[in-house]
Write a new protein. Structure first.
Length: 101
């Protein structure tokens, strides 16, 4: 089952939360027009190395089980393209999304 949820950020911008229920796990992502944050399933190394030419702006938070937790959690890792925008590991997901607007 998949659920898509509008999420309003602190600046009143609406972004899209996506929750995919899979056997024994749930994939979580929140996306803007520029980039996204995601649960621990995101492979930041793959994005930085094999897909570097795409300049993907993304961040990864681990140990989250809901979209609300993803928004509040500190990012464990971010892509090089995200760092170029000022997004850093340790930054809360919601704060990183504001820089992706």
């Amino acid at each position: 089952m998949m659920r898509m949820v509008p999420i309003v950020l602190a600046d009143n911008t609406t972004v899209l939360g996506v929750e995919v229920l899979l056997p024994k796990t749930t994939l979580l992502a929140v996306t803007t027009d520029k980039g996204y944050i995601m649960c621990g399933a995101l492979d930041v190394s793959l994005l930085n190395e094999r897909l570097k030419d795409r300049g993907i702006i993304a961040g990864r938070a681990v140990g989250v089980k809901t979209l609300e937790e993803l928004m509040a959690a500190p990012l464990e890792s971010v892509t090089s393209a995200a760092e170029a925008l000022g997004i850093k590991p340790g930054m809360k997901g919601a704060d990183a999304l504001l820089l992706m607007i």
